[in-house]
Design a protein around this ligand. Structure first.
Ligand code: NAD
Length: 362
């Protein structure tokens, strides 16, 4: 099959959907990989690396889309890309269609078979193509928080790990899922004092087991969160209720009682945020002040580390991309993870949540 890898055109999107290693794997499996010239530049991957890996570098987006049976992207097509959609095309990408009426309409009108990374679900209920970006965002959250705690950045002037004879910084992670556990790993590695708060006892048991007592586990309640936050230096919001808006766990009245210069990183801002004053920010202007604390609420944190994110994404998608390349629309029907990610096909909307969001039939 011919697989097209166009350059991402969305603002500030420096990731690419396939690494040279991925192209090599697909070429060896007998597929033809068409990479748009410059597609990897934002992730420091040169055209020559793709060529050496067995891909064909093409000059334009028209060639990467038009010459392919299967197009693999990072982000959903934007309006300028709708003209590339067609009925005999399979598209594999993050689609977020529930929040994108125009994109949903474009895919349905064109008849494209589209498989969304974010809804592709493994039999155990996990989301294998979303997890790598949660891992990146979780690890970044502690790193960003540590930097914002420095005095010149407006923070309390606390070194997260402290030094002998001083008190280490206190990190409170709300939510012990993929983001939360990755945030805790980096915080423990920096030698901070870490608490993880979760509603789910099985999630707390996993945290307890992984960190062998080096992380305090806290059953989530308004009371417990208040107790934890009053002495916190860094708070990381990492809760998720699948399919729903993030629960508001931290009101402004509580923020007002926190230490001055404390930092609150709301990773869950892409689902509405779990702090009352959270609002999405960008990498260009990532923070704002609330009652003497610093809020960081960037909705696409992995975009700041495209080199890592590109490799993490390809590692997660490659097996499924290979199955799609081998089987085409048959794989969409027969491979359970791909079937659960199938969003549109031949003008039919296949995802119930997307249909409900737009008042359409599925
Ligand atoms: P996850 O499902 O692995 O973990 C969420 C955890 O939150 C679960 O353990 C759940 O029990 C817990 N939780 C739910 N309600 C709670 C409550 N009231 N109190 C305490 N804990 C509660 O999800 P994840 O992959 O870790 O993702 C977390 C959030 O981060 C999601 O909103 C996701 O979209 C977001 N995210 C954002 C970015 C970004 O760039 N900003 C990147 C990746 C993920």
């Amino acid at each position: 099959m011919r697989i097209g890898i166009p350059t991402e055109v969305k603002n500030h999107e420096d990731r690419v959907a396939l690494t040279p290693a991925g192209a090599h794997h697909l070429a060896r499996a007998g597929h033809e990989v068409l990479v748009q010239s410059g597609a990897g530049v934002g992730s420091h991957l040169a055209d020559e690396q793709y060529e050496r890996a067995g891909a064909r570098v093409v000059a334009t987006a028209d060639e990467a889309w038009g010459g392919a049976d299967l197009v693999c992207k990072v982000k959903e097509p934007v309006a300028s890309e709708y003209r590339h959609l067609r009925e005999d095309l399979v598209l594999f990408a993050y689609l977020h269609l529930a929040a994108d009426r125009a994109g949903t309409r474009a895919l349905l009108d064109a008849g494209t078979t589209a498989v969304a990374y974010e809804t592709a679900q493994a039999p155990d209920g996990s989301l294998p193509l979303l997890a790598p970006m949660s891992e990146v965002a979780g690890r970044m959250a502690t790193q960003v928080g540590a930097a914002l705690l420095e005095r010149p950045a407006g923070g309390r002037g606390v070194l997260l790990g402290g030094v002998p004879g001083t008190q280490a910084g206190r990190v409170v992670v709300l939510g012990g899922g993929t983001v939360g556990r990755n945030a805790a790993r980096i915080a423990v590695g920096m030698r901070a004092e870490v608490s993880v708060v979760d509603l789910s006892l099985p999630a707390l048991r996993e945290v307890d087991e992984e960190f062998s007592g080096h992380v305090r586990t806290v059953a989530s309640s308004a009371y417990a969160i208040e107790q934890e936050l009053e002495s916190a230096d860094l708070v990381i919001g990492a809760v998720l209720v699948p399919g729903a808006r993030a629960p508001r766990l931290v009101g402004d009245d509580l923020v007002a009682r926190m230490r001055r210069g404390a930092v609150l990183v709301d990773v869950a801002v892409d689902q509405g945020g779990c702090f009352e004053s959270s609002r999405p920010t960008t990498h260009d202007d990532p923070t704002f002040a609330v009652h003497g604390t610093t809020f960081y609420c960037v909705a696409n944190m992995p975009g700041a580390v495209p080199v890592t994110s590109t490799h993490a994404l390809t590692s997660a998608t490659l097996g499924y991309l290979t199955a799609l390349a081998d089987g085409g629309t048959t794989a969409v029907r027969d491979v359970p993870v791909l079937r659960s990610g199938a969003s549109t096909s031949h003008g039919v909307l296949l995802n119930r949540a997307v249909a409900a969001a737009h008042g359409l039939e599925s």
